[in-house]
Design a protein around this ligand. Structure first.
Ligand SMILES: Nc1nc2c(ncn2[C@@H]2O[C@H](COP(=O)(O)OP(=O)(O)OP(=O)(O)O)[C@@H](O)[C@H]2O)c(=O)[nH]1
Ligand SMILES: [Mg+2]
Length: 460
């Protein structure tokens, strides 16, 4: 799985910038560096001090100066990738950096794949898999809270919790496996009781992680919150009001929105992808019909539905049908246009739709919008937010592995109580360990690793 070629890439974004960075990693870093860099005087560089910033020139093979640069060298035992790394900082123009990179490749480096520097850091044991995954989350984080969560993971806090549980399970596995080798030494009752305690502690720790997992996934990926309702109730007006800009077209004509409109907002640290959809109604017009079908698809996939009603008109059959058909989903009922004379009262709705949060707002005046934002955040993250336990799990991959581990531990706990044989117990503990290992990368397939790193940007 390890590729030992020396790799290179531009690590800064394309476009104009104060500086641009080219990174080279691998055994050949210095040999390549000597070909593409020189002292400011034009002399060859023969001494590469470790971790010291030096001024130099980037040069082509015929000695033409390409740029004035600074460079620094990290030896393999103290670098990001765990390999020799040479970083060159040139002026941040795309042509300039492309030229330096081209000569770096000509001098023997291979163009790095997306995420290959971090993949090497992982393969060389500089980071475990959760930390490597956190690198890209940190880069992509859209809100302060998402950034904090990614940083916590990068600092190894998720791995620490997982590894603690692995250690507990391994300590338990040793005597059980010993009993397997010497069948006459069965686990005495007292030890079974202690073992049960350990299993239950581990289970609890993993369940604490799982309890926050959905929030973690939302923080990382943004929750999809959809505005749904019949035409003209004010969905697009609400989208605009929540965004604070005139993003969607608003007119008094029913059927204005044909395709969906989506924008991401930061709700006090929670990234939310707000989606405005076509008004739902039965219609023959082919274009509008396609919009309605798409609206239903978005509604089915949403994390939260804002079911919008018009308080200035009586409740219609379409309103009623829409709310009935989203019963299985998380939803809030929004009574819009409350600045107009009211015909639809929240008290009546409360009686009709018990269990729903019902909010009165006006997209035109802005009344109730702050409360609406609070409700959206609360529905997605819970009232106590992230205070109870820090959010550590942010990926479906982690969640699934944790669920599997918890399930296996349930079997172990049951087996201990029912005096099951040691080999059954050992098998389940090993499976739980294997599931946990998929999180930290201890037992993960090459395919999954490649998939994880392919989501990275080039140069990271
Ligand atoms: N008085 C009042 N009018 C509103 C309010 N919200 C929206 N409107 C008006 O209602 C009409 C329809 O608003 P839209 O936001 O386009 O409604 P929509 O639900 O997106 O409609 P479709 O895209 O056709 O499904 C417009 O004339 C808006 O100005 C409100 O809170 N109060
Ligand atoms: Mg609209």
């Amino acid at each position: 799985m390890k590729d030992t070629h020396t790799i290179a890439a531009i690590s800064t974004p394309q476009g104009e910038g104060g500086i641009g960075i080219i990174r080279i990693s691998g055994d050949e870093a210095i040999r390549i560096g000597s070909k593409i860099l020189s002292h400011p005087s034009g002399k060859k560089i023969t001494f590469w001090p470790e971790r010291q910033v030096r001024l130099g020139l980037a040069v082509s093979p015929d000695g033409t100066i390409i740029d004035e640069v600074i460079y620094f060298f990290f030896k393999k035992n103290r670098s990001y990738t765990g390999e020799d790394v040479l970083e060159i900082q040139g002026h941040g123009g795309y042509q300039n950096l492309k030229k330096i990179l081209t000569y770096t490749i000509k001098a023997g480096a291979q163009l790095a794949e997306p995420g290959e520097f971090t993949k090497r850091a992982y393969l060389n044991g500089r980071l475990d898999l959760t930390q490597a995954e956190a690198v890209i989350d940190l880069i992509r984080s859209r809100t302060d809270l998402a950034h904090q969560v990614a940083l916590t993971q990068l600092r190894g806090e998720l791995s620490t919790v997982i590894k603690e549980q692995e250690t507990r399970l391994l300590e338990l596995l040793v005597p059980i496996e010993a009993a397997l080798d010497f069948p006459e030494d069965e686990i005495p009752d007292l030890e079974r009781e202690q073992a049960l305690n350990v299993i239950q502690t581990v289970q609890q720790e993993l369940e604490n992680l799982l309890a926050q997992a959905d929030k973690g996934i939302i923080l990382r990926e943004a929750a999809s919150v959809v505005l749904a309702g019949r035409p003209n109730v004010g969905k697009s007006s609400l989208l605009n009001r929540l965004l604070g800009e005139e993003r969607a077209i608003v007119t008094p004509i029913p059927g204005t929105t044909r395709d969906f409109v989506a924008e991401t907002i930061d709700l006090d640290g929670v990234p939310v992808r707000l989606i405005d959809t076509a008004g739902i109604r039965e219609i023959d017009n082919v274009v509008e019909k396609a919009g309605v079908e798409r609206a239903w698809q978005i509604i089915r996939e949403a994390d939260l539905i804002l079911a919008v009603l018009d308080s200035a008109t009586e409740m219609s059959r379409e309103d009623q049908e829409m709310i009935n058909s989203i019963k299985q989903k998380k939803a809030v009922i929004i009574l819009n246009k409350t600045d107009l004379p009211v015909k639809l009262f929240s008290e009546d709705l409360r009686a009709k739709f018990p269990g729903y949060t019902i909010l009165s707002v006006s997209a035109i005046t802005g009344v109730g919008i702050k409360a609406l934002k609070d409700v959206i955040r609360e529905e997605l993250m819970g009232i106590c937010g992230t205070d109870e336990h820090p959010v550590l799990v942010t990926k479906l991959r982690h969640k699934e592995a944790l669920e599997e581990a918890v399930e296996r531990l349930h079997s172990v706990a049951e087996g201990l109580q029912l005096q099951c044989s040691e080999d059954l117990l050992a098998g389940d503990i090993r499976s739980a360990l294997e599931a946990l290992g998929r999180i930290t990368g201890r037992s993960v397939s090459e395919e999954i690793i490649n998939e994880i790193f392919s989501q990275f940007c080039i140069g990271k």
